[in-house]
Design a protein around this ligand. Structure first.
Ligand code: ADP
Length: 201
């Protein structure tokens, strides 16, 4: 049996920065967000249930989903959040399982980047989980910069995930991304080399 490592963190905590590096090193990485985008394209499994649930108002003229509108419909209403978590969550899980089982046949070691790894109970899939951690202030600032969000919208997005502080309790290893990218990636190298310099305390 090969080894599967789950990468998680919060929105804008630096997961993509880590997974991009792992890909450069030649590892396969399943990206749950990219899978969701694919499933939300016209004809995809999530596209179909979202249009059925919210109606055609969530469609743009070109037939694609209006993602910002969807995000605001889902994030601003707790019933919709719960619906999304259950219904989209189940489909995403099934599709991730297919990708996982396929890679497990060919790879000795591969990674899966799942933002809601702990919230959605994926931890048992993995031999190890790596948490890309940043402090709340840094997280909000990077999120505002990257997605051009106001502070308020950034905070609303964060509120739908567990605080990173909470996730620390569950992760096998913590990658501290409050410093530079180089500092983050050197922690990744240490873990790949089998070091445990950053085991949670
Ligand atoms: P995630 O994939 O977790 O959402 P990203 O890897 O996209 O997060 O990082 C969020 C934003 O912060 C991006 O704009 C990225 O370029 C930037 N970023 C990530 N790590 C650092 C760092 N150590 N220093 C400065 N900016 C960073």
């Amino acid at each position: 049996m090969g080894k599967i490592i789950g990468i998680t963190g919060g929105i804008a905590s630096g997961k993509s920065t880590v997974t991009e590096f792992l890909r450069q090193k030649g590892f396969q990485v399943v990206d749950a967000d990219a899978l969701v985008h694919q499933l939300q394209k016209p004809g995809g499994r999530l596209f179909q249930i979202l249009v059925e649930h919210f109606g055609e108002k969530v469609l743009l003229e070109d037939g694609e989903l209006d993602r910002p509108l969807l995000a605001s419909l889902i994030f601003s209403n707790s019933d919709e959040r719960e619906w999304s978590k259950q219904t989209q969550g189940q489909i995403i899980r099934e599709e991730l399982m297919v990708l996982r089982d396929k890679l497990a046949q060919t790879e000795d070691l591969f990674f899966m980047d799942i933002p809601l790894l702990f919230e959605q109970d994926y931890a048992s899939w993995f031999d190890e989980t790596w948490l890309v951690y940043v402090s709340p202030d840094v997280q909000i600032e990077r999120l505002m910069n990257r997605d051009q969000l106001s502070k308020e919208s950034a905070k609303t997005r964060l509120a739908s995930q567990w605080p990173l502080e909470e996730k620390k309790k569950f992760a096998t290893y913590i990658l501290d991304n409050n410093g530079s990218r180089e500092q983050l990636l050197s922690q990744v190298v240490t873990l790949l080399e089998g070091g445990d310099a950053h085991a949670r305390d």
